[in-house]
Design a protein around this ligand. Structure first.
Ligand SMILES: Cc1cc2nc3c(=O)[nH]c(=O)nc-3n(C[C@H](O)[C@H](O)[C@H](O)COP(=O)(O)OP(=O)(O)OC[C@H]3O[C@@H](n4cnc5c(N)ncnc54)[C@H](O)[C@@H]3O)c2cc1C
Length: 417
């Protein structure tokens, strides 16, 4: 398999748990809220609008929002504390699924976003720029003490999976599952937003959002800079809960998840198959793990979650050594090509899923603060749902109403009694 995108920007990436719809942290309370057919954004609809908007947070949600706002004609400043895609948006798996959120409140958002990913890929040369490609997705059971050769349908399991794999099942096709390299996707979108649509990137920590008479007025940075704007979008991922004005309305917390990235000596043997594993370690508790080969031949493996306080500085997030070791065990058992000596470790890392108490993202205007919007809580589906979230928030801010997706069930007002 050839390398299809530049590795110069490459930095690691990451998982989830079992199958749709039983995967525990992808379970949603089944509040179906509507259904709308996704429409491509028409950036010529508002040629004269020069609304000034500040977007806080340079993860996939903030960057997608900045991109679609600027494409609609807004003057956008993006404020990021550390570096673009330095947190979950740079370390995620980048797995995309059309229909795995069906039956829950995220269904329409996910379907619209999967399709937007496809059109963005055409617009931005996704296969070359950020490793966009379709995948076949398998569910596999793996027991460490089991027979060392795969059992089950030989035609389902590709030859590089030469460990004790059982019960293989195809759970996604090239029509319904795909992938991006999340860090490259986020950076490509931001670079385009800067170069083509004039987005300004400011590095600085948002300390406070100033509100005057129930309306947003400015954003104050930790170093004292004040940036005025009548519209502010807060997309701070698991750090959103650290802003007092939001913490008093709803809770956003982080769930730490680990990942490793391996470069096998023989990358050509690794086929585009994503794996969702039910893994039974010898003498340990059953766990879920995900394995995502990339077009470069790299293989990303994630799993091992833990509830932990989110550190203030995203650059200080490091993996727990025992969790990293476990992921290496998973790698070795999935394939001899991923064992130590046969592959090089390119990253050992961890990052935080942004979670809400009802497992539903929070997207909409903050109650009682005109012009202040929030977009967060995407849990394990933020890379998938970034584009439709960004497009919908752009419509909400500029037009006063989102049409690409009905945002009513994501409104932060649901937390206000
Ligand atoms: C291991 C793992 C694997 C995953 N795999 C997938 C996957 O395969 N598919 C999928 O769809 N999703 C996946 N996800 C989920 C996805 O990564 C997240 O939902 C998504 O990245 C969240 O994006 P975000 O922009 O909300 O937050 P983040 O990526 O956390 O970005 C928030 C940004 O805000 C900045 N910030 C914080 N505070 C401030 C401040 N005060 N001022 C300025 N900036 C600030 C941070 O520095 C950071 O850059 C995975 C997540 C994990 C942890």
């Amino acid at each position: 398999m050839s390398s299809t995108y530049s590795s110069s920007l490459l930095s690691p990436v990451c998982l989830f748990l079992d199958l749709p719809p039983t995967r525990s942290h992808r379970k949603f309370s089944f509040i179906r809220c509507f259904s709308s057919s996704p429409q491509p954004m028409d950036d010529r609809q508002h040629p004269d609008i020069k609304k000034r908007v500040i977007v806080c947070g340079g993860g996939v949600i903030g960057v997608c929002t900045a991109y679609f706002l600027a494409k609609k004609g807004a003057t956008v400043t993006l404020i990021e504390k550390s570096s673009v895609a330095c947190a979950a948006s740079g370390k995620a798996g980048g797995f995309l699924a059309l229909d795995w959120c069906d039956g829950g409140p995220v269904e329409s958002l996910a379907r619209a976003s999967f399709n937007l990913h496809r059109s963005l890929s055409e617009e931005l040369d996704g296969p070359e720029s950020y490793g966009y490609r379709s995948l076949i997705t398998l569910s596999i059971t793996m027991t460490e003490s089991g027979s060392s050769s795969p059992s089950g349908s030989k035609s389902t399991i590709p030859s590089w999976i030469d460990g004790p794999a059982r019960k293989p099942r195809t759970i996604g096709t090239t029509q319904t599952t795909a992938q991006v390299h999340p860090q490259l996707f986020t950076k490509t979108l931001l670079n385009t937003a800067v170069e083509k649509y004039g987005v300004e990137l400011v590095i600085g920590k948002v300390d406070q959002v100033r509100v005057e008479e129930g309306r947003v007025g400015s954003v104050v940075l930790e170093d004292g800079r004040v940036i005025e704007s009548e519209s502010v979008v807060l997309a701070l991922g698991p750090w959103t809960g650290k802003l007092d004005m939001l913490a008093s309305i709803f809770r956003v917390y982080g769930l730490k998840v680990h990942s490793i990235v391996l470069q096998p000596k023989e990358p050509g043997i690794i086929t585009p198959h994503a794996l969702f594993l039910s893994y039974f370690p010898q003498g340990g508790k059953a766990m879920d793990s995900e394995v995502f080969p990339r077009p470069t031949g790299e293989v990303y493996i994630c799993g091992m979650s833990a509830e932990e306080e989110v550190p203030d500085d995203p650059e200080q997030i490091v993996g727990n050594p025992a969790s990293i070791l476990m992921l290496k065990r998973v790698a070795k058992n999935v394939s001899s090509h991923l064992a130590e000596g046969e592959s090089q470790v390119k990253a050992e890392q961890a990052c935080f899923l942004p979670c809400t108490d009802d497992s539903v993202p929070v997207i909409g205007e903050v109650p009682g603060v005109k012009g202040c919007y929030v977009a967060t809580g995407h849990s394990c589906w933020g890379i998938l749902n970034g584009p439709a979230t960004g497009a919908a928030v752009a419509e909400l801010v500029v037009d006063g109403r989102a049409t690409i997706v009905d945002l009513s069930c994501f409104s932060p007002a649901r937390f206000v009694a």
